[in-house]
Design a protein around this ligand. Sequence first.
Ligand SMILES: [Mg+2]
Length: 258
Amino acid sequence: MDLSELTAAVRADLSHALVALDFDGTLAPIVPDPADSRPVDGTVGALSALAGRGAQVAIITGRDAHTVLELSGLAVVPGLIVEGLYGAESWRDGELTSPPTPEAIEQLRQRLPGIVATGDKNVWIEDKRLSLVVHGRLARDPDAALAPLRAPVLALAAELGFEVHDGRGVIELRLPGFDKAGALRRLVDLVRPSSVLFAGDDVGDLPAFAAVRSMRSSGAAAYGVGVRSSEVPELADSADVLVDGPGGVLELLTALVG
Ligand SMILES: [Mg+2]
């Protein structure tokens, strides 16, 4: 499948399409400090135009929904759904559905800083309320900065019942049982679309790409768009097509409406 075939397939019944997108690295370029993340210019307009044509637009992100909405300005997109924290919370029409903070998070907050305190100020912890992320992207070599932390972080996660997930220059400790495949399947059950387009750039998106493949093997019009990255070579095998950066995603979104 190439990009033009995929575009034509989704455009054929755009008013019943589900367009589900990761945020960081997919709509917004990867930046060293996640607080600086912004979608490329034109993204809000393109997604609003898609929604205006009747497509259901959704964001499936590892971030909490409110942070993504603040950084992105996407709350103006009509009917937008944001699946935050890998689907542990969901935002729609200004309403956030989110589980209470579990007790184990408090213990993680107390104990993780002791493990991460290596003296390297480029390694720091982001608190996403229901998950904690060890960031190494400010370091010159993020993987080298995170490598010595991996074993003690894994041990603490196992003790407290968290899942450990690697991302681009980050290690994330998450509540068990949530991933982007589950979030995408819930959206499909909710929206009942005639076609599904999912786009992502990172290891955390791989379960959603697998879900897309599985939907298609059961006859659904479901397509995965990967954002090309030297850090995540697995995307080439998981996605149906690859595009270059958030700019490439925006071109595709624009082509869907055009
Ligand atoms: Mg991403």
